[in-house]
Write a protein of this length. Structure first.
Length: 163
């Protein structure tokens, strides 16, 4: 009985430590995908260089391909938008690089680094200005909130894939 009590305490302790880690990470991570257009054009290297030079640490990374179903799930929030079908087809059209990036103020700083959704409106020197062709095929994804960064990180990566 005593060892059962000790085990429960240990479990609560581990849960508390996990919770603390999760809470700490929430403001400091973002999820990116180098999209199929940029992968096809051999822009993985230059984009990762910009990410490194902007001070982001790579927590997790994989070269993968989304099925139509998974792409639809990832972008489910846009289900009602007229471009949803096009977006799902595009995002499942070829391999992508998905990564969790860590930095103080990660979400906002990464949105600044990638630039506006429409590359013709993106600031000079941003990833989309340099490497994107159109509003649909715009080279990279970046989470738009701390909450979504956690959800999107969990979409692509298990805990064992994070370092
Ligand atoms: P983001 O947060 O800057 O990626 O932009 P949104 O969340 O508004 O849109 C998600 C993704 O949908 C964009 O990155 C584009 O790939 C795509 N998208 C947004 N607007 C359009 C559009 O008007 N036409 C098409 N074809 N795709 C779009």
């Amino acid at each position: 009985m005593f060892s059962g009590f000790k085990n429960s305490c240990r479990r609560i302790h581990i849960f508390a430590a996990d919770f603390k880690k999760q809470a700490f990470m929430a403001g400091d991570i973002t999820l990116t995908m180098i999209k199929p257009d940029a992968v096809k054009k051999n822009f993985i290297g230059p984009i990762l260089k910009m990410i490194n030079e902007a001070g982001f640490r790579i927590v997790a990374m994989k070269y993968t391909k989304l099925s139509k179903e998974k792409a639809g799930e990832f972008y489910a929030v846009h289900r009602e938008r007229p471009f949803y079908g096009e977006l799902v087809d595009f995002m499942s059209s070829g391999p992508i690089v998905a990564a969790i990036l860590e930095k103080e103020n990660a979400v906002d700083d990464f949105r600044k680094l990638i630039g506006a959704t429409d590359p013709s409106k993106a600031e000079e020197g941003t990833i989309r200005k340099l490497y994107a062709a159109s509003i649909g095929e715009n080279a990279v994804h970046g989470s738009d909130s701390d909450e979504n960064a956690v959800i999107e990180g969990d979409f692509h990566f298990s805990k064992l894939e994070r370092f």
